[in-house]
Design a protein around this ligand. Structure first.
Ligand code: S3P
Length: 460
């Protein structure tokens, strides 16, 4: 496994061409693992997200007594406990860097008749947990956090809960899903109202597995389970948040054509496609299809002349994780790109408003921080230099894409953190160049090797 402190070097390459087989969607994978663990019977989940975040969820579920095994690469076999078969873990549960693991499991564990302690790495221990504790407590949960119930580690003495009607103060799918998980085992209905819809993978999968859940506009109503969930076999669609790096790479590179295959296109996640199209990207969606009530498609992107846009309001939750890479697109686009209404970026794996602005300015981008977003005056030539991921996977990968079109060499420090969501990112990026080389009959294997190593230096 790549160390987080690994540095990667990226240099511009003459052409980017090829196909990307995406890792499974992280949000869907967490949910497929958790919900199938509660179902009665066995389920097979293929193309399960390979990153550390989803592995953290699997490890926690195993520690709670769920039988989960690997079947080949990327396939999980889950033996569901039927909802009343989870057992107290013998140690602290560690969610590592994954807020989704911590928040979703805390909702579930609030309803289980035993004690749980959930912790995470330094980044996760600094992220807000009051927003989780407050609604769970109003359901009757005994849940406590460090710093006057603000941060992890969390201590949860699970027990009987009651359904609530709750207005989510923010469009957050993690808190929504935590409350839904608690609501499955509560007494009485749980009704949630969202200010703006957030990703709806939990609702889709729970319905598919037989939960009595109705979504109506911005409201969701869930009845407690009267019988266990039915297991569901599924092949997880590719992660659009991982695809975003290649969609932007293809659009900003002067000579590119990239196809991302099997990409999830759930409308609560496709803000990045809408934003890139509005910026003038040459992007096509092909062969739309369905898998376990989730849409997916192939997406083709080609070199484009991008222009700056203004983003804010309802689109923000639909592209919240893609803002670092959109900032790279904005840096290259002609004119001004303004992103507002995204204060949530301050409490992600890093303070992404500060970290993105800081690192892109090192590369010569004219970028201003706003309290809830950023203003980018695009169109300047980016300069390769030493940048840092701030131990944030999305920043590491965004800076690598910026390096592809910068002058000279870009060194991304702490680049190994990409393994949190996309362990094969560097190889996949590398393969786009290799594909071009393999089509060139004139180049010798030696020259091809030399060319390949000039794209990304794997030596350290
Ligand atoms: C996620 C929800 C979002 C997103 C995160 C994954 C999920 O977080 O940023 O990467 O799988 O539910 P919030 O719920 O905090 O908005």
């Amino acid at each position: 496994m790549a160390k987080q402190d690994t540095a990667r070097k990226v240099r511009p390459c003459p052409r980017l061409e090829g196909e990307i087989a995406l890792p499974g969607d992280k949000s869907i994978s967490h949910r497929a693992a958790i919900f199938n663990s509660l179902a009665k019977g066995k389920a097979e989940v293929s193309n399960f997200a390979p990153g550390r975040d989803c592995l953290a969820t699997v490890n926690c579920l195993k520690a709670l007594g769920v039988e989960i095994s690997r079947k080949g690469s990327g396939n999980l076999l889950i033996s569901g406990t039927g909802g009343d078969g989870l057992t107290e873990a013998s140690d602290v549960l560690d969610a590592w860097n994954s807020a989704t693991t911590m928040r979703l499991l805390s909702g579930l564990l609030s309803s289980q008749p035993f004690l749980s302690i959930v912790t995470g790495d330094a980044s996760l221990r600094s992220r807000p947990m009051g927003r989780l504790i407050e609604p769970l407590r109003s359901m009757g949960a005994e849940i406590y956090g460090r710093g006057k119930d603000s941060f992890a580690p969390l201590v949860i003495k699970g027990g009987k809960l009651r359904g609530i009607e709750f207005l989510l103060p923010l469009p957050t799918a993690q808190i929504k899903s935590a409350i839904l998980l608690a609501g499955l085992f509560a007494q009485g209905k749980t009704v949630l109202h969202q200010p703006v819809p957030s990703r709806d993978h939990s609702e889709r999968l729970l319905k598919r597995m037989g939960a009595q859940l109705e979504s109506n506009g911005n409201s969701i109503s869930l009845s407690p389970l009267t019988s266990p969930l039915s297991p569901v076999n599924l092949c997880v669609p590719g992660d659009i948040s991982s695809a975003a790096y290649f969609l932007v790479a293809g659009a900003i590179h002067p000579d590119a054509r990239i196809i991302v295959r099997n990409c999830g296109t759930n409308p609560t996640r496709t803000g990045i496609i809408d934003a890139l199209l509005a910026m003038g990207a040459k992007l096509r969606i092909e062969k739309e299809r369905w898998e376990a009530d989730e849409p997916l498609a192939d997406i083709v992107v080609e070199s484009s002349e991008l222009r700056g846009i203004e983003l804010g309001g309802d689109i923000i939750p639909r592209l919240i994780d893609e803002i670092p890479i959109l900032a790279v697109a904005g840096s290259v686009a002609k004119g001004k790109t303004v992103i507002r209404g995204a204060a949530e970026l301050r409490v992600k794996e890093s303070d992404r408003i500060a970290s993105v602005s800081r690192e892109l300015s090192k590369m010569g981008v004219d970028i201003e921080e706003l309290p809830d977003g950023m203003v980018i005056h695009g169109g300047r030539l980016l300069m390769g230099t030493d940048v840092d991921s701030h131990s944030d996977h999305r920043l590491a990968m965004s800076l690598a894409i910026a390096g592809l079109i910068a002058e000279g060499e870009t060194t991304i420090n702490h680049a190994g953190i990409a393994q949190v969501s996309y362990p094969t990112f560097w190889q996949d990026l590398f393969s786009l160049q290799a594909e071009v080389l393999s089509r060139s009959s004139e180049r010798s294997e030696e020259a091809a090797k030399e060319q390949r190593s000039s794209l990304i230096d794997f030596s350290n």
